[in-house]
Write a protein of this length. Sequence first.
Lengths: 666, 175
Amino acid sequence: MKGGAWRIAMGLGVAIACTPIVTRDPSTLSFNTCPEHPCDAYARPTPVTPPATCADGTCVVASDVSTNLVVLVAIPKGAVYGADRTLAIGLADLLRTSAVPSPCFPRCVHLPLPPAVASGVYNVQPKEWQALTLIPMFALGQQASLPVHVTYRALWPPNAPSAANDAFGTGLPILPVGALVTASPGVSVPGPGLGFQTYLQSALTYERTITPDSPYDLDFPPDINLVRPTQAEDVRLQLDKTTQTQATGVATLPQFELSRAGGSLDGWTAYLRDATTKRPISPIKMIGPTPAPDGGLLLPTSHHPPPTASMPDASTTGDALTNAELVMAPPPAQAQQLPTYVLAPLGKSLLAQQTYPALPPAATVHGMIEWSDGKPVPADLIFEAMTIYAAPVGSSNAGDGGLGADASGSTDGGLTASVYIPEPNFEFVTHARPQPDPGSGQSAFQVVLPRGVYRVVVRPEGPSPPDASSGVARAVTVVDGFDTGDGSGAAANAPMPGPRLLVQPAPTVNGVATIADGRALSGAVVQALPVGCPAPSGDAGLKPRDTASCLPRRVETVTNTDGSFFISLDPGEYALRVEPVDGTQLPWVWQPLHVSGSDRISVTIPAPVHHQLQLADGASILIPNAIVRIFTMPSRTSPAIEVGRTIADGTGHFDLYLDPNTATMP
Amino acid sequence: MTGACIVLPPPDLGVPYPHQPTILHTSVQPPTGLLAAWPPDSTFLVPIHFRDPVNDEFAWDAFVEPISVDSPVAGQLQPARPTPSALDGGVMVLQIMIPQPDLTQCLHVIVYVAHAFAIDRRGIPLNRVFDSVGGDAVDWVWVPRGGCAADAGSPITDASSEALPVPPVEAGGDP
């Protein structure tokens, strides 16, 4: 997804899609109990699925242990080991731990506890200190410990090779862990004896980020590395060098001479960021008014690249610009008119001299949102740039053209005969708040945009009108490929019409959920979990990457007593999940759902695979009241999806009822 | 001689005494206190213990301050029975989905769980006022990097999405 755009808060103008949970009458619920409900009535989901049999009053099937499922256990506060941590382990691996003899009954599984202690001191050697800052060193000639805050982000699977496998980013709720800063009594800041400490799950790989505290963060980069928790680690700042900024191929610290065609960079900021995670890997520095301050803007990194086929050792410091991007961001006052410039090395080259190109005059885009039912509502209108028109680097029109003339965004008229081409190396997102006019049944908007090709998204507010069934009443509307043109011959802020935006009622999905023995499934929660944007519309060419702005909204409802449900959804891709009422001993079931128009679907709840377990740590100390959650394994095309949840009781006992199909789902 | 006896009817069983639902604070997810990040699926899990899961009822609602002060972002204001899972151990896990709000400001997330909410003169439940039986509450605090006065444009704040995240595509390649 583009840069930070996918992190736009979904709450901005997005409907609060929660509906109150409907009161369930226990007498209408369907339970998986036998022999009252015979197990031989359960249809097999596939010919190879074993038949259901009655075990301890529940119809269950035997199944090979799935290797595609991940168990997350949230250790409660007050636990002997690992309190407040969420541990992750493959279900197959967890069940294998029950083979170890222990006093638990009937089947005890052991979590990887106690945790591993991770601690360290972040030291800066005199040579690196003097290379980065003019702040006097604490003790001349000696290394110094900086005050830092340290964050560990778990990767999944356990031997994950890079930060692209960030567990949290792929949907596994393993929260980042912050380390406490420790200091010896009487220590000075900076100085010796300043460290950090925390405890983590052993045998997991983490991305550890050590970020200096203010004001040292202005000069010293974060130290980013993939680590396994170990005791007492002495971390030394290791500055990365690059050969990509000099034509001579000489290895130097990343240093850039930044300028702006026909304008000033006063108040702008520049930094290097990880191209995968989009997180900063260098200090974020203000760019001064002069184009090339003292030989260039130093953007040091200590960003140890992930292992690759040619560099399998993660601890090896590679080229500073490996998987990195250079970002030039306008000051907040100009951010509504000027896009952020993002440059990645092309091949093996990202030269030190970089120029923010000249842009053509902005366009004032105006238009109307049409509401098919004639009832306009407040909405968030999002314009997200796919490409921005810019003068080619080195062209003769790098002078006083368009938005390059004045840092405030105003121009002298900006009439140019320049050539501008659509460039993908920009990020720009802006919002408008169309004003609904009940009289005309439309909403008017006007917004100033840098010229480019945009995805336009209308996100209506409000989940549904009072007389509608569950879901959203008016669909999120996505229009791709809106081209403002390059503005040749146009005046600055010249008005132009926007794309046609017609908001229609959301498609409805009529569904029915039944148990595999034919009984209706009542009172179950049906959740539509968005996983992908709708197919591109208009003349968009290649499908733009999904971003948060175009994702459909999450909606949930509850099945009726006859198992039916009716839900209105935005167009897009979903994981439709049906959660039978907790305590009915039926498994959660999910299936992919593509919504482009109204549809009918059916969901069948099979007899589950049942695991009855008791939770303990590595020392066989029982863990009561821990929430246990089961997820599918995340992949390149799908996030992790929760497929089961329970809570251990006061003696650590818990039951898992899982869909036998889950292991074979794509 | 015939005998007779006067049989007194047995006493009424009586109406079960209602009990206050209790949150298992140590098991709440994410852990209470300072939020390290907004949950990736925007789901907050609140285990609730019922002394009498057969007869007890409960209501709940959730607020995100300062965004929602008077109206909850989610809730079930009319009392309902716990799920059958509460019959085994007396605990049910309440799942609350709170869409991710603007994370550039400080936030206070509060969940109230009550036997019932007090009713005003019009018969409308009062969102944050427990009835005479009582209730419980749990809260979390979100502080953006840089504190409560952080610029809206800060690039550092980690943010997840209401929707399921799409795994990022790794850009670039071997040097």
